[in-house]
Design a protein. Sequence first.
Length: 352
Amino acid sequence: MIIIIGAGLSGLLTAYRLKKAGIPFKILEARDRIGGRINTVNGTDDTPVEMGATWFGDQHKHLKALLEELGIEYFEQYMDRIVYYQASPTSPTELVQIPRQAPSYRISDGTSNLINTLYQKLDESDIILNQSVKEIKFLGDSIQVITDKVYVGSQVVLAIPPKLWAKRIQFEPNLPADLMQIAEQTHTWMEDSIKIALTYKSPFWLAEGRSGTLFSNAGPITEFYDHCNHQRSKYALCGFINSSYKELRDRERRALVIAQLKDVFGAKAEVFMDYLECVWSREENTFEAAEIPHYPHQNNGNQIFRQSYFGDKLVFSSSESASESPGYMDGAVCSANYIAKKLIALNGLKSL
Ligand SMILES: Cc1cc2nc3c(=O)[nH]c(=O)nc-3n(C[C@H](O)[C@H](O)[C@H](O)COP(=O)(O)OP(=O)(O)OC[C@H]3O[C@@H](n4cnc5c(N)ncnc54)[C@H](O)[C@@H]3O)c2cc1C
């Protein structure tokens, strides 16, 4: 049996491909939910808002092909070339025209629609939640994967960001030193970001002829966008705030965000239904501090992650391991497709 560690996009897609090939597997997931860095949450009136991955583009061909394969629809992010801009904390909010952008897309009903669609193709018993893997022992023909229980398998797929497995999981025997060193210095995309969303009863920004886009160097918010659902029947704004604001208390950060929104969009911005945020550096199953801060995408896509170890018993299938678009959802799909193909070839050969 193949043990897949992590029920994010890469782990779930690897599992789905193995299932279709009739190869037995189990997924062990540390959180009490699936999806990893993909997490759509619903506001009080069921407005889907993204706390994690949201956008993709035409260049993300692996993801687009998967959405097509699974019959999942997507739609273009609502934008306008006229956007709000705050150049500095002391300059007034301006309306500026930005150059024409390549379209970016969102998944209909939220990015977790992709996760849930993959999940529905598996059996409930294929995934075991609340299983944080601490140790992996390669013992001749069998492998022990240790959480607070011991699972025995024949191959292991590490479908978690490299820095996490390098720093958190003990391997016996040790992994090669060059692999460990690169993994420890591999940036986990967006691990330190803060995402916020506010839901509203009406899209007041549209009534004023604005798209809801804000780019700012002035406050906690750095970029903000219209986040209505694809039917445009549920209303929200969503975006990023500067990760240095993680140091503030929640209520202080929230007060600064609301003050900035009020400043840009007017008093109506204060009359929201929900204020939702995720400080990703508090997510222990995503974030891992580095002694020397990594630059964005550092070591992402390093070819060392596409090799297998211990005689094909250990392989890697996370977004950061991908040969294309590493760090992004497209990378997670690319990586899962590559690893599933490799495992199917290996296990097919074994059964000949
Ligand atoms: C705030 C944010 C915004 C983003 N925005 C975008 C975007 O707009 N577009 C885009 O393309 N990408 C975006 N991304 C990146 C995208 O989310 C990832 O590329 C993709 O979801 C990674 O999938 P994955 O399966 O490789 O890893 P993950 O989603 O990280 O999944 C790994 C899984 O392993 C589990 N796990 C960790 N440690 C253990 C352990 N020891 N034992 C068992 N399980 C463990 C985790 O809980 C998790 O479920 C964003 C990410 C974040 C955080």
